[in-house]
Design a protein around this ligand. Structure first.
Ligand code: DX5
Ligand code: ZN
Length: 219
């Protein structure tokens, strides 16, 4: 079985010490940077935008995984490509022409991701799963860090894993929200490939050790 990737969410970092926190992730055993972009319309919160991402990318040495929680994400695909995003994830609920959006992301040389809100069934991806590089299952309602993990996520991972193998796709499964040492192993065991962790990492006493712990639990 392939190793589980750990993606600390920069949303929970100290924005007044962003370079320090980015360098901590660089030096740690983390695999990806998870970057949450919120517009205050698709979700009831505004995080940060392009100028902040540009400065993160200047210092980051690992894969940049951008999670767009914005309406009409097609408007910004080229912008995020030019800023250095490696994975660009849009929300299923925010895309009228999802197939077209996925092709546009790939045409810019990025991996194409689709995020599903907790209420959105995995089966809705049946006809596009082969076009998706990564499905991000939201295990909290998007908009804020620090919320509790929704237990139904395990069943969604299993359903998605089944859909991926049934269709012969090679899509990765990412889990986003409320990930801790309490659920990481079970998430891996049911089929998760990438675990996003925000508060659990950054609010801990020693974030580097916390990341190491997540890698160990899932190895
Ligand atoms: C929530 C974001 C998450 C968030 C996760 O809307 O998409 O990436 O940062 O934070 P935690 O791990 O604190 O739930
Ligand atoms: Zn996210």
């Amino acid at each position: 079985m392939s190793q589980t990737l750990i993606a600390p969410s920069v949303l929970a970092a100290d924005f007044a010490n962003l370079q320090r926190d980015v360098e901590m992730i660089n030096r740690s055993e983390a695999d990806w940077f998870h970057i949450d972009i919120m517009d205050g319309v698709f979700v009831p919160n505004i995080s940060f935008g392009m100028p902040v991402l540009r400065d993160i990318v200047k210092h980051a040495t690992k894969t940049i995984d951008v999670h767009l929680m914005i309406v009409d994400p097609d408007r910004y695909i080229k912008t995020f490509a030019s800023l250095g995003a490696n994975v660009l994830t849009v929300h299923y609920e925010a895309c009228t022409h999802l197939h077209r959006t996925l092709q546009a992301i790939k045409a810019e040389g990025m991996q194409a991701g689709v995020a599903l809100n907790p209420h959105t069934p995995v089966a809705l991806l049946e006809d596009v799963i082969k076009d998706i590089d990564l499905v991000c299952l939201m295990s909290v309602n998007p908009g804020f860090g620090g919320q509790s993990f929704i237990e139904n996520t395990y069943d969604k991972v299993k359903a998605l894993k089944h859909l991926i193998s049934e269709k012969g796709a090679s899509t990765k499964i990412e889990i986003d929200g409320g990930v801790t040492n309490k659920n990481a192993r079970e998430l891996k065991d049911v089929g998760a490939d990438v675990l996003v962790a925000g508060s659990y990492v950054f609010k801990s006493e020693n974030p580097t050790e916390t990341i190491k712990g997540l890698k160990e639990i899932t190895s």
